[in-house]
Design a protein around this ligand. Structure first.
Ligand code: DLL
Length: 435
């Protein structure tokens, strides 16, 4: 069975996609130059006019846009349409500073739900399905984004939103949800709660999970697939670009197809801003070429990834990006060694521990220290204090040999780390409090 939602574009010949991108980029650049003072000012300062942008090859001539620009123009300074044309506002949570707000026209809402619908269909979804949406509903884009997509596909949508885990388990069982949309960390929490209630995956009807909004590893994927009895698909996006649905995974599970008919992706060197060739890791930059209300160009996401144009066996011709391994601002530099929380997660899961972990970074006497706290699984023996101590040492050694970091490991009893309802907080950086 072919799992395409918009076959004609998802499998279009490259030249056709390129022609569409060129046309859409030109129109967008012209529009923002006329309507958004920030873009006009930036382009003038860089000595670029809309006429200099003739194709996607000229994208690199355009200046970058940063999160700070959104804060400086808060709330509506970067909107390219009058408010009468805006039908929806969403906002980022503002955990890393002042919140930002984005807008959508009626057409933007259609584009958005189409992009997310591609993900549901790629995961095997159809009108036959019962889609359980546990992403938060509200200003966060996850809930309402997947909700609209599920409606487009014609599936029965359950708008559970996040929280109230016991009730979610009852609903998963009784309503026979077939597709679960949530953050991977919340899905893991649901799996735990299911076990604790004395039930198992056999009591569920799930066939697919569409997990995103935070970094997660392939080891975590295997855990989720095993514990919930489903096939786990990745989905990526960010508020500034549109929300979920910027990129989605197909059945191959080897990276996410970027919805390139709407969003152009570039990988750049975060230090020099230079565009990097295919296959090289760097910072992901997106440009929106169809958005009406909030068409952001060359947005520095701070996410780290790479792209590949190798033909995908699924038949889609849309470029693929790897799972982002983290954000430049999440990267920990521990005594000179760069490490992402996701790399620590991989080691923990490979060594038989759970994905319930926390990384605590601190500094004393000008030296950074890292404590990794992780819950033991119920099957790992931890009876004696001596045994526990030995396991901690073994894990410290694994972290040292595999990642080159010296961390202090503390094994915790099951259920001691607070569970997230949405995005998990993996890192507690106490150094920030000192600065
Ligand atoms: O998290 C949108 C979303 C909702 C995506 C539901 C997928 C599913 P923000 O809250 O603005 O938007 O956070 C965006 O989350 O820059 C990445 O750092 C991270 N992120 C999102 N999806 C993934 C993913 C939504 N699949 C930020 N893998 C992004 C890794 C992800 N990181």
């Amino acid at each position: 069975m072919e799992h395409y939602y918009q076959r004609e574009i998802e499998t279009a010949p490259r030249e056709q996609i390129r022609a569409l991108q060129n046309e859409r980029l030109l129109a967008t650049v012209r529009r923002v130059y006329e309507r958004v003072p920030l873009y006009r000012g930036r382009m003038q300062a860089a000595g670029v006019t809309p006429d200099d942008i003739q194709s996607v090859d000229d994208l690199k001539k355009l200046p970058f846009t940063y999160k700070q620009d959104l804060r400086d123009t808060y709330p509506y300074g970067m909107f390219a349409v009058p408010m009468k044309d805006v039908v929806r506002l969403h906002a980022s949570s503002g955990t890393t500073g002042k919140q930002i707000v984005v807008g959508y026209t009626a057409n933007d809402m259609e584009v958005w739900s189409d992009c997310c619908a591609r993900s549901i269909v790629a995961a095997g979804g159809s009108a036959e399905d019962i889609v359980h949406v546990s992403y938060g509903y509200g200003l966060f884009t996850g809930g309402l984004g997947m909700d609209a997509a599920s409606k487009k596909v014609g599936a029965a949508t359950i708008p559970v939103s996040s929280g109230n885990t016991q009730r979610q388990i009852t609903i998963l069982k009784d309503f026979r949800s077939t597709i679960l949309c949530s953050t991977p960390s919340y899905a893991l929490h649901l799996a735990e709660a299911l076990r604790e209630s004395g039930a198992s995956k056999k009591d569920l009807s799930l066939k697919a999970g569409i997990f995103g909004a935070e970094p997660w590893t392939n080891e975590m994927r295997r855990e989720l697939e095993e514990q919930l009895g489903l096939k786990a698909f990745d989905i990526y996006g960010l508020t500034e670009i549109i929300g979920p649905g910027v990129a989605f995974e197909c059945g191959e599970q080897t990276g996410m197809h970027v919805n390139e008919d709407h969003f152009l992706i570039e990988i750049i060197d975060p230090d020099t801003g230079e565009v990097l060739p295919e296959g090289t890791q760097g910072e992901i930059v997106f440009s929106c070429i169809t958005k009406e209300a909030f068409p952001i160009l060359r947005y520095r996401t701070r996410d780290i990834g790479l792209i590949t144009r190798k033909p995908c066996p699924c038949g889609r011709t849309l470029v693929k990006m790897t799972k982002p391994r983290g954000r430049t601002d999440d990267m920990l530099i521990i005594r000179g060694v760069n490490v992402f929380p996701s790399q620590i997660e991989t080691v923990l899961l490979e060594q038989g521990y759970t994905a319930n972990y926390r990384i605590i970074v601190d500094r004393s006497q000008n030296l950074d220290s890292v404590d990794v706290e992780v819950e033991i699984g119920s099957e790992l023996p931890s009876d004696t204090v001596k045994g526990l101590d030995r396991q901690e040492k073994a894990l410290e050694e694994a972290l040292r040999s595999l990642l080159g970091i010296s961390a202090k490991v503390k094994l915790l009893e099951p259920n001691t780390i607070e569970r997230s309802q949405g995005k998990a907080v993996r890192v507690v950086d106490k150094r920030k409090l000192l600065d």
